[in-house]
Design a protein around this ligand. Structure first.
Ligand code: RP5
Length: 170
C-alpha cells in the first residue's frame, strides 16, 4: 500500500496525541505512514521529507509538535501539499499556547491548517475530508461518519430526558 497521508511529529513523546489521527485513518481504511521528524534536531531530514512528499504520492501531511513548534510551518514552506498542524501540549509547554501560536500564526503565503490543542483526531478527520473531495466513495463514508455523530446527540438527549429534577420541564 502506498501512503496517502503522512503523519509526522517532533518526538515520540507526541505519539499519545498523534495516534488519534492514525486511529481515524485506520477507521477510514486510508493508507498512511507515521514518522518522527524534527525541524531542529533533524533539519536536513525534515527538508528532504518535505521536498519529496508530493512526488512519493502523499496527498496530505499532518504535522504535530510541542513547544516552539516550527515543524508544520517549515514543512509547509517546502511542499505544495496541504499541511494540517497539530499543536501538542508538551511537557516543556507554557500551557500549550507556545505551540498553538507557533503553528497557527503563520505569515501570509504559507498556511498551516491548524486544529485545536492536542486535536489530532480533528486533523485526521480533516485529512479524510480533503481526500474525499476527489473520491466519491470516501465522501459517502464521511457522510456516514457525520450522521453517526448526529446519532450520538440523539442518544444523549434520550438519556437526558430520563434525568429528573423538580423544575425540569422536559
Ligand atoms: C518538540 O519538543 C516535540 O514535538 C515535543 O512536543 C517536544 C518535546 O520533545 P522531547 O524532549 O519529549 O523529545 O520538538
Amino acid at each position: 500500500m502506498d501512503p496517502k497521508v503522512s503523519i509526522i511529529m517532533g518526538s515520540t513523546s507526541d505519539l499519545p496525541v498523534m495516534e488519534q489521527a492514525a486511529k481515524l485513518l485506520d477507521e477510514f481504511e486510508i493508507p498512511f505512514e507515521i514518522n518522527a521528524l524534527s525541524a531542529h534536531r533533524t533539519p536536513d531530514r525534515a527538508m528532504e521529507f518535505a521536498k519529496n512528499a508530493s512526488e512519493r504520492g502523499i496527498r496530505v501531511i499532518i504535522a504535530g509538535a510541542g513547544g516552539a513548534a516550527h515543524l508544520p510551518g517549515v514543512i509547509a514552506a517546502l511542499t505544495p501539499l496541504p499541511v494540517i498542524g497539530v499543536p501538542v501540549k508538551a511537557s516543556i509547554s507554557i500551557d500549550g499556547w507556545d505551540s498553538i501560536l507557533s503553528i497557527l500564526q503563520m505569515p501570509p503565503g504559507i498556511p498551516v491548517a491548524t486544529v485545536g490543542l492536542d486535536g489530532a483526531l480533528n486533523a485526521g478527520i480533516l485529512a479524510v475530508q480533503i481526500l474525499a473531495t476527489g473520491n466519491p466513495e470516501l465522501m459517502e463514508k464521511m457522510k456516514q461518519f457525520k450522521s453517526d455523530l448526529a446519532g450520538k446527540i440523539v442518544n444523549a438527549n434520550e438519556e437526558l430526558r430520563q434525568i429528573k429534577f423538580k423544575y425540569k420541564t422536559n
